[in-house]
Design a protein around this ligand. Sequence first.
Ligand code: 1GP
Length: 249
Amino acid sequence: MGKVLDYINEAVRKNAVHMTLIDPDKQDPEEAGRISKEAQHFGSSAIMVGGSTGVDLELTDRTVRRIKSNVSIPVISFPSSSGGLSPGFDAVYFLSMLNSTNPRHITGEQAYASTLVKEFGIEPIGMGYIVIEPGMKVAEVGEADIIGRKEIRRAVGYALAAEYFGMKLVYLEAGSGANKPVPPDMIIEVRKQISVPLIVGGGIRDADAASLAVRSGADIVVTGTVVERNGGLNRLKEIIGTIKKVRPG
Ligand code: 1GP
């Protein structure tokens, strides 16, 4: 097992985990570094870097380097395509959008990215990525056959399939900026059925929503949009503080 995956598994065993998503398009590298430093200080366990649109390799690279010089927690690529990889990453979520209708997002981009991952010497962490309603931009770009909020059995099916394929993590994604996060009853059922760590993200913007996700069974909560708003860092602090209380070490 790789170093970053070991670190994630260990963190999840101890208590509920938070990861901060930074979209390189949303702020300059300096600001990304500043946000990441604060996030680490509040107790976030990793910085994920990625965005669904317009991946600019040069900007990603500068952003990753800036973040790396500001934090000691892992900086993980959260790619939307093979284009967003930088040699500066500690690891990459080597994800397959399992409910895409286009094989390009299930195995195509990955077949291209794998050689770059090898060349750069980045740790790949296999992940089953499952897009739930409303799905937002990532559903559109990834041509997802979106799983409805009530389609719990379908969500469980994809999550179990991910585990049986040998993927190390399962991610239930409502989409960045979603007006509603992944429903609690879906999280509960998926958590019951799988044994690998469960990540939940999309639309989690306050401590209550984060707490509900963790109480339902999310091992890892991802937030992105919240820090882009006024007072966002305070919100982030509250979110991380709350989830650590809900499932303390
Ligand atoms: C998106 O799940 C993440 O991939 C985070 O979503 O930006 O809504 O926090 P938000």
